[in-house]
Design a protein around this ligand. Structure first.
Ligand code: PLP
Length: 357
């Protein structure tokens, strides 16, 4: 069985087996990790190790805080402008698809804030990215989505922002593609795609930005969360534990560079098939194609549905495209093996033979 879900998504088998092996007795404590106090040494050691492993993987400089939060990326859509848009009271959003639009919509709930769209590929139906933005004057930050999970586009090179602070949603290619942390003011990502399970949202925040945060209710305040090392209230212990196991697994595989290389090889296999197919088509311009999420269609909604159904029977799971774009989508996150992609390509080739093209 291969799971192509966009998230929650497939986990590395080794990680699940490790979690299973120590589920009843974490570090020989006789207690499950789900049962330990977040004020215990067992927890603090585990959480600091997870943080250190993440710092090593992304080469996060010391002037960045790493936060383990809750509420998903969606909560960040609101809390980020609430915390970090208090000088110019103006933010710019680069609209490259569903999730960047959602981020922009939520920012509009912050009172007194001017939310501007500084670039959009809506007219191209999001089949390409925005590489040049129109900026004039001061912005507290510019927001972008590095990987558009639904539309299947991914930034390799970031747009030029003339020194403005970049805030980015990396949810769907976090640790799957190398980025330089110094290029960002803030990085955030829900864990349930490339770094574990739902319940944990990672935020990497440049420390000088934290100094500008106004007085806010504790759970919404990045500076209060940072002051309490992400344990202001009960943290999502199990989700942090799972992310920690994933970070160790990535290290064992050779780090983010090795992940990226493998992701490129997997994606190439599927794109090569799609580009030579007479039945299936990926609509994204080739330079902007994602290595993580690959949408494709036959052009006939009934045939798409049949393809998903037949694939499921063969153990190729969760290939249905997002409802906003239809068709099929294969998510090839870090934990998807090359064998999984080969099995998918083989199946699609057989489906094509049988159903025309
Ligand atoms: N941003 C991106 C790029 C996503 O792919 C998703 C979920 O699929 C979200 C945000 C929403 O994440 P969450 O469910 O953690 O709020």
């Amino acid at each position: 069985m291969y799971n192509f879900s966009a998230g929650p998504a497939t986990l590395p088998h080794e990680v699940v087996l490790k979690a299973q092996a120590e589920l009843l007795s974490f570090k020989d404590s006789g207690m499950s990790v789900m049962e330990i106090s977040h004020r215990s040494d067992l927890y603090t050691t585990m959480a600091s190790e997870a943080e250190q492993d993440l710092r090593d993987l992304m080469q996060i400089p010391d002037n960045y805080e790493v936060l383990f939060l809750q509420g998903g990326a969606t909560q960040m859509f609101y809390t980020l402008p609430l915390n970090f848009a208090n000088q110019a009271h103006r933010v710019g959003y680069i609209n490259t698809g569903h999730w960047s639009e959602r981020a922009e919509e939520e920012a509009r709930y912050v009172s007194g804030l001017t939310v501007e769209e500084v670039g959009s590929s809506a007219d191209q139906h999001f089949t390409e990215l925005v590489h040049q933005v129109t900026l004039n004057g001061d912005y507290d930050f510019i927001h972008l989505t590095t990987n558009n999970t639904i539309e299947g586009t991914m930034y390799r090179d970031l747009p030029e922002l003339d020194g403005r602070t970049l805030v980015a949603d990396l949810s769907s290619n976090f640790l799957g593609q190398i980025y330089n942390v110094n290029d960002f003011g803030i990085i955030y990502a829900g864990a349930q795609k490339n770094s574990g399970i739902a319940g944990l949202t990672v935020a990497i925040v440049r420390k000088d930005l934290l100094e500008q945060v106004p007085d806010l209710p504790a759970m919404l305040s990045f500076s209060k969360q940072a002051a309490k090392h992400s344990a202001l209230n009960t943290p999502p212990v199990f989700a942090i534990y799972m992310a920690g196991l994933v970070f160790k697994w990535i290290k064992e595989q050779g780090g983010v560079a090795a992940m990226q290389k493998r992701n490129e090889a997997k994606a190439q296999l599927l794109y090569e098939f799609l580009d030579s197919s007479n039945l299936f088509r990926n609509p994204v311009v080739s330079a902007d194609r994602s290595t993580m999420n690959i949408p494709f269609v036959t052009g006939d909604a009934d045939l798409d549905a049949l393809c998903v159904q037949e694939a499921t029977k063969q153990g190729l799971m969760s290939l249905k495209g997002h409802k906003s774009v239809g068709g099929l989508r294969a998510s090839l996150y870090n934990a998807m093996t090359i064998d999984g992609v080969q099995a998918l390509v083989k199946f699609l080739g057989e489906f094509e033979k049988e159903h025309g093209g």
